[in-house]
Write a protein that binds this ligand. Structure first.
Ligand code: AMP
Length: 292
């Protein structure tokens, strides 16, 4: 595996692979890789001839109050794991490489241009408490798409709103890229794997499994005909009782539009939860199939 930090160095590889007709898959990450990321890479390998994994902690998607500075950075360990998995390229650009300070045409610097997803998709769920987050996500993902020029890109269902917005961006901006959605990979306890889980104490790791239990119970409740309102009330109280400081949201939405739904429809539903446990904000979701 080659570790590349310069865009120009990547472009030389890309030119060669393009001439050879190689199909390239990109898996964008912020590093500190775990089994959830590895499951995306396995999917990528099935979809393409060459796999590029990017590791970049994108400052543009963090608010000043968020965990950008303490976000775990473990590049050497990530590189070993990726080489073992048979990844072809680890693309790990510096901030200056992706957002250079020098100004280009008209005195415009890189971070002055942004890809703004529609408010309808961002003024809810995680977008409400993280204003500007999805603008940062769309901007970095489009930049990576333009640099890497993959035919396929793999994203996790773990970040459901992010996945939905990237799918919408890809379609709306006519990007010739297949977006593959990979299922959420969990610990045996049901806790979704996440780089942020390492902020949790041992006790919090146990408490955190209440999110998965709530998702399962809400799914069953919906299939039994219960309304979203009653389930949201019951399980908000449940999470608070289990030790969560606050519940940012429990939402039951249409799988494509992300609009709130009052009960299970023929299209099914997605249940999404974001809640604060100690110093850590956890998110998870579950797709609910309609009852046959
Ligand atoms: P991150 O490094 O957290 O930005 O995540 C990079 C990619 O991995 C995103 O597409 C995430 O949705 C995905 N991902 C993170 N955790 C998981 C998980 N437990 N299962 C599946 N995909 C995941």
């Amino acid at each position: 595996m080659q570790v590349i930090q310069q865009i120009a160095q990547w472009q030389a590889v890309q030119t060669l692979w393009q001439a050879q007709g190689q199909r390239i898959a990109l898996v964008p990450t912020m590093g500190n890789l775990h089994a959830g990321h590895f499951s995306l890479i396995k999917q990528a390998k099935q979809q393409a001839d060459k796999v590029v994994v990017s590791v970049f902690v994108n400052p543009m998607q963090f608010a000043p109050t968020e965990d950008f500075d303490r976000y775990p950075r473990t590049l050497a360990q990530d590189a070993t794991a990726l080489a073992d998995l048979g990844v072809d390229i680890l693309l790990a650009p510096s901030i200056d490489e992706l957002y250079p300070q020098r100004q280009g045409r008209l005195g415009v610097s890189h971070d002055e241009f942004a890809v703004q997803p529609p408010a309808r998709l961002t003024d809810r769920l995680c977008g409400l408490s993280r204003p500007g987050h999805f603008t940062g996500v769309c901007t970095i993902v489009l930049k990576l798409f333009n640099i890497v020029q993959p035919q396929v890109a793999v994203f996790g269902q773990k970040d459901y709103q992010q996945l939905a917005i990237i799918q919408a961006m890809t379609q709306a901006l006519n990007l010739p890229i297949d977006i593959v959605a990979a299922p959420t990979y969990r610990h045996e306890t049901g806790l979704a794997m996440s780089s942020r889980n390492q902020y949790l104490t041992t006790i919090e790791q146990l408490q955190a499994t209440a999110i998965y239990q709530a998702l399962q119970q809400i799914s069953t409740g919906l299939q039994q005909g219960k309304t979203s309102a009653e389930l949201v009330n019951t399980y908000t109280a449940y999470l608070l009782q289990q030790g969560f400081q606050s519940v940012d949201y429990i939402a039951i939405v249409h799988p494509h539009t992300l609009a709130d739904i009052g009960s299970l429809t023929q299209q099914g539903a997605v249940v999404l939860i974001a809640a604060q446990l100690g110093k850590t904000r956890l998110i998870d979701n579950m797709q609910v199939l309609p009852v046959a």
